[in-house]
Design a binder for this molecule. Structure first.
Ligand code: PLP
Length: 374
């Protein structure tokens, strides 16, 4: 299998596997228990908390472990909105039309609870302009939620500019950093970030573990989404998943140096050069600042549906659209960029991992060339 879907989930790093196997065996005690085995598990968890805080320039006391970025996004958005609703205010939230689906789903839910939401439109390259953020801020705006790296386009958004505008207007700024953490610069101080979401499986860690960062968490009166027995400052109940957290820590330790060394830019250039030499027309989506490991590409003269159908046992590839009930719904991200259904169906998201080989890319281009239309 040729895996070209690392933005959906990055292959587990071998160091993560080893660390987790050991932790599954050793750390069976409840980390909340006060005996030696409990405190030893707790210590490992606190080490990872400190390690992640350090990478973000945050304090360990501002880091909450969750089940992943979906839960972190739920926790952060709901906590802010519910607090305002409880105070009898009508809160206003600003986000964009190209956020991860879960943000849009949470916002829809919050709208049903009486929250007002502005969905900013990106330009045709997939970037939400900082100026549009400034213009959208109202008297009752409590939170701006804009993602760092877009998971369909790989575009790196100007979060420092968003954050600065929020800071100047005394509005909290949240960024979904699931795709950017350890792949590009991210710092809660420099970027004026008040809340942030991370997910371990986007950096070679296990699924089912993530982080929610809240600035000055201890001084905030936040409502939990999962009520429990007081873990994570009472904000996120449930016994902490020691092996998953240990795996997250091993990913944080090992991902970045390998990501920096990986020849992603070469793979990308190779792919585009090969398409050119095969005479295949292409458009790169979301140009500008993008992750080297990701390429969103539209192939107007290729039967992309046919390609994916016939090669689904060979490639793990993502068409930037989801099939539902027999009809192809164009992805909300591509729709927001102005793509119609046909153009969206001809779009591929190709994302590389540490295992991607140059030969795999030439094979892909050759296979693409067999699906020329007309
Ligand atoms: C993957 C992803 C999520 C969801 O993360 P989970 O940990 O799988 O819940 C949220 N936002 C972005 C940008 C993502 O890429």
């Amino acid at each position: 299998m040729i895996y070209l879907d690392s933005l959906a989930s990055f292959p587990l790093l071998p160091e993560v596997y080893d660390a987790m196997c050991e932790s599954l065996k050793e750390d069976y005690a409840n980390p909340s228990a006060s005996h030696l085995l409990g405190t030893s598990a707790q210590e490992k968890i606190e080490n990872v908390r400190a390690q992640i805080a350090d990478r973000l320039e945050a304090f360990p006391s501002e880091i909450i472990f969750t089940s992943g970025a979906t839960e972190s996004n739920n926790l952060i958005l709901k906590a802010h909105v519910e607090r305002a609703l409880a105070q009898g205010n009508i809160p206003h939230l600003i986000t964009s039309a190209i956020e991860h689906k879960c943000i849009l789903a949470i916002c829809k839910h919050l709208e049903s609870k009486g929250c007002e939401v502005t969905y900013l439109a990106p330009n045709n390259k997939g970037v939400v302009s900082p100026e549009s953020v400034r213009k959208a801020i109202r008297e009752n705006t409590i939170l701006v939620s804009l993602m760092h790296v877009n998971n369909e386009l790989g575009t790196i958004n100007p979060i420092r500019e968003y954050g600065k505008i929020c800071f100047e207007n005394e509005v909290a700024f949240h960024t979904d950093a699931a795709q950017s953490f350890l792949k590009t610069a991210l710092d809660v101080e420099d970027d004026f970030i008040d809340a942030l979401s991370l997910s371990a499986h986007k950096i070679g860690g296990p699924k089912g573990i993530g982080v929610a960062y809240f600035r000055d968490l201890r001084n905030k009166d936040l409502q939990p989404v999962i009520h429990g027995a007081g873990q994570e400052l009472g904000i996120r109940g449930g016994t902490l998943a020691t092996p998953l957290i240990v795996g997250f820590g091993a990913a944080v330790e090992n991902f970045e140096p390998r990501y920096e060394k990986a020849p992603f830019d070469l793979l990308k250039t190779n792919l585009l050069d090969l398409l050119k030499s095969h005479g295949i027309e292409y458009y790169v989506n979301g140009e500008g600042q993008t992750l080297d490991s990701c390429l969103s590409i539209t192939l107007p003269n290729i039967d992309v549906d046919g390609l994916l159908r016939s090669t689904k046992d060979i490639y793990s590839l993502s068409q930037s659209s989801a099939c539902s009930a027999g009809s192809i719904e164009p992805s909300h991200v591509l729709s927001a960029l102005g793509f119609d259904r046909a153009r969206a169906a001809k779009t591929l998201r190709i994302s590389f991992s540490f295992y991607t080989q140059a030969e795999e890319i030439s094979k892909l281009v050759k296979d693409i060339s067999y699906f020329r239309e007309g």
